[in-house]
Design a protein around this ligand. Structure first.
Ligand SMILES: Cc1cc2nc3c(=O)[nH]c(=O)nc-3n(C[C@H](O)[C@H](O)[C@H](O)COP(=O)(O)OP(=O)(O)OC[C@H]3O[C@@H](n4cnc5c(N)ncnc54)[C@H](O)[C@@H]3O)c2cc1C
Length: 284
């Protein structure tokens, strides 16, 4: 329960939304409100509902897909373009983020703000060619990986996420998502995503990410660098992973020890890379 809330606002543009939240340290944005209501912060005085702020859109073009911040996770899955883009990577990841009823309520913006270390959607967006837009109230565009790196600082300055733009992958590109959880439908303990574009039989673009093996979902830049342009074999993939995995610091909990998480990261990344490589070569 939000017992101390005295003001409910429903702005119709992003400037007003940002001004309202930045005017009161005890004001917050709400997208779907699932997380905010469940937290029940007793200090909260004002909620700024984003549902009328013009951010509930999915726009497809030849370049890619723009997804507004108040689009629900289920709407991403159900959308004919956003749900199938990049071999359905976003839909797959959104499906692992929450149960069906929370997916109908939880929004893209709210999910990216509260994303935990194994967040599937953040992990998937890290391997896609994606940008995020946020307002403070001036609208900025940043590569999604920078947003993940600076997320805590941006949250402190109370920026408003407005949309995510995912570029359309070129031909002979493939994306995969691998996951281990307590059950096949459960939230990931560890997840891994791979994206490969094949050109002249070699991986011209390769992006890799893992969730649940560090404080945040992480890109594996050093491994990508080692594998780019190389004809991939299982041995090459296995030998290129340790250089990036050594930089991760998994934290164990009741769902998986640090050792288990590290081992699963290795297994899932190998599977994800191999799957994307084989699909990309077939021209998927
Ligand atoms: C009891 C409970 C606990 C949960 N705990 C977690 C958890 O720890 N980690 C997790 O990943 N999921 C958690 N969830 C799932 C959470 O409901 C989903 O992540 C959901 O998708 C959140 O989306 P929302 O739009 O409903 O969030 P909201 O509650 O609307 O927003 C979540 C946070 O994001 C901010 N926000 C929302 N939209 C924007 C925006 N456009 N720009 C900037 N800030 C914005 C809000 O101010 C708030 O701080 C929990 C759900 C429940 C019911």
């Amino acid at each position: 329960m939000l017992r101390n809330v005295k003001v409910y606002k429903r702005p119709t543009d992003i400037e007003e939304a940002v001004a309202l939240v930045q005017s009161n340290p005890n004001a917050v944005y709400i997208g779907g409100g699932a997380w905010t209501v469940a937290q029940g912060d007793p200090q909260l005085e004002m909620v700024v509902d984003l549902q009328a702020a013009g951010l509930n859109f999915i726009d497809s073009s030849v370049d890619g897909v723009r997804i507004g911040a108040t689009v629900t996770l289920q709407a991403i899955i159900d959308h004919p373009d956003a749900g199938t883009l990049a071999d359905g990577l976003l839909a797959r990841a959104a499906g692992y983020t929450q149960s069906r009823n929370l997916r109908e309520q939880g929004t893209l913006g709210g999910t990216l703000i509260v994303a935990g270390p194994a967040d599937p959607l953040t992990t998937a967006l890290l391997v896609l060619d994606s940008d995020i837009r946020y307002a403070d109230p001036v609208v900025h565009t940043a590569p999604f990986a920078s947003f993940v790196a600076y997320r805590d600082r941006l949250i402190k300055t109370r920026v408003l996420i407005t949309e995510v733009h995912v570029k359309r992958p070129p031909a002979r590109s493939a994306a995969t998502f691998e996951v281990v959880g307590r059950s096949p439908k459960d939230k990931p303990i560890v997840c891994a995503a791979a994206y490969i574009t094949v050109d002249e039989g070699l991986p011209a673009v390769i992006r890799l990410a893992v969730g649940g093996a560090d404080a945040k979902p992480a890109r594996l830049y050093k491994t990508e660098h080692l594998l780019k342009g190389q004809f991939l074999t299982r041995e090459k993939v296995a030998s290129a992973l340790p250089v990036s995995l050594a930089e991760l610091n998994p934290v164990g909990d009741f769902r998986g020890s640090a050792e288990y998480r590290m081992e699963m990261a290795k297994v899932l990344l190998q599977r994800a890379i191999w799957g994307a490589w084989e699909k990309g070569r077939r021209g998927a």
